[in-house]
Design a protein around this ligand. Structure first.
Ligand code: MN
Length: 284
C-alpha cells in the first residue's frame, strides 16, 4: 500500500456473553452488553447458532419496535417473518432481511424448521431523529440476489453498501451502512472502508490477523473488533479458513433513550412510544 494510505486498527476487542431473548432463544450478545453497550450507529449485535431445537424452536413471537432498524442475516436454516404492515416471508441461509421499524411495527420471527442448524445474526441499526418516525418497511433479500466478489484470497458477499464497484442489494440511506460477509481462505485480503464510517469486524469461524509489524493484532473466533475511526483499509491475513462480517456506517451522534424495543432521543418520546403501544396506536 502507498505510504499515505492508513490502515484501520482495532480500538477494542470484545467477546459476547451468553443470554437468551424472544421466547427463549439461546444467543450470544456482542453489542448491547456491559463490555460494549453501543457502537454508534449500532445498538445491538446478536449471534445465534444451534443444532438443538430446544435452544431456538420458541423463536421470537410478536413484539414491537420503534425508532430504529432490525437486520436479520441467516447463515444456516430458515426463519419465517410476519409483521403488522402485512409483510411475510422466509429468510433463507445467505439471505438478509432489513426492516425499518420507523414509527412502529409489530413483528415475529419464528424458525421455519423443527431440527437442524439455525445460525445467523441480528443487528439493530439506530435511526437519526429525523427518521425515527418514518413509515415502516422491510426488504427481504434472497440469497441469489446477493453479489459475491473475489478480492485477494477472499470471497466477499456484499449485502449492503458498496465494496469497490459492487453495490449490495439492501437499499437504506439513514446511516449508509455497509454489511459484508467475508470468507478468507488461507492468505490475505485488503478491504477498503468508506471514510467517515465506523463499525466492527466479528469473526464467526477461524481466526484472523489485522495488519503487520507493530500494529499487528490477532482476532480470534467469536471476537468482535471495534474499528479505529482513523484509516481507510483493512489488511487481513489468516493461516487457515476464516469467516467474518464487517459492518460499518456513519455515526449519528445524538442522545439515545432506550426502553427495550423502543429507541428514541428523549424520555418523553419513550413514554409516548410505550403509551402508543398500550393503546394500539404504535402501528396506526
Ligand atoms: Mn424484532
Amino acid at each position: 500500500m502507498s505510504a499515505n494510505v492508513v490502515n484501520k486498527t482495532l480500538s477494542k476487542k470484545v467477546k459476547g456473553i451468553a443470554t437468551s431473548d424472544g421466547a427463549g432463544v439461546s444467543l450470544t450478545r456482542i453489542i448491547g452488553q456491559p463490555a460494549l453497550p453501543r457502537l454508534d450507529p449500532f445498538l445491538m449485535l446478536d449471534f445465534f447458532g444451534s443444532d438443538k431445537p430446544g435452544e431456538y424452536i420458541a423463536g421470537f413471537p410478536a413484539h414491537p419496535h420503534r425508532g430504529f432498524q432490525t437486520v436479520t442475516y441467516m447463515l444456516a436454516g430458515k426463519m419465517r417473518h410476519k409483521d403488522s404492515v402485512g409483510n411475510e416471508g422466509v429468510i433463507e441461509a445467505g439471505g438478509i432481511q432489513w426492516m425499518n421499524a420507523g414509527k412502529g411495527i409489530i413483528h415475529e420471527e419464528m424458525p421455519e424448521q423443527q431440527e437442524g442448524l439455525l445460525q445467523g445474526f441480528q443487528l439493530w441499526v439506530n435511526l437519526p431523529a429525523a427518521e425515527k418516525m418514518s413509515s415502516p418497511n422491510y426488504q427481504d433479500i434472497p440469497p441469489a440476489t446477493v453479489p459475491t466478489v473475489n478480492v485477494g484470497d477472499a470471497s466477499i458477499k456484499v449485502l449492503a453498501g458498496v465494496l469497490g464497484d459492487t453495490v449490495g442489494p439492501v437499499k437504506t440511506t439513514a446511516v449508509a451502512p455497509t454489511f459484508i460477509d467475508v470468507t478468507l481462505h488461507k492468505g490475505s485480503v485488503t478491504i477498503p472502508i468508506q471514510q467517515s464510517h465506523v463499525g466492527f469486524i466479528y469473526v464467526y469461524e477461524g481466526a484472523i490477523v489485522l495488519n503487520y509489524g507493530e500494529n499487528k493484532t490477532a482476532l480470534g473466533a467469536l471476537e468482535l473488533g471495534v474499528l479505529s475511526s482513523e484509516g481507510e483499509l483493512l489488511d487481513i491475513t489468516a493461516s487457515d479458513n476464516a469467516k467474518f462480517i464487517v459492518v460499518t456506517g456513519k455515526p449519528i451522534n445524538e442522545p439515545i433513550v432506550q426502553y427495550g424495543p423502543f429507541v428514541m432521543n428523549t424520555q418523553s418520546e419513550i413514554v409516548q412510544a410505550f403509551n402508543d403501544y398500550q393503546n394500539g396506536m404504535l402501528t396506526a
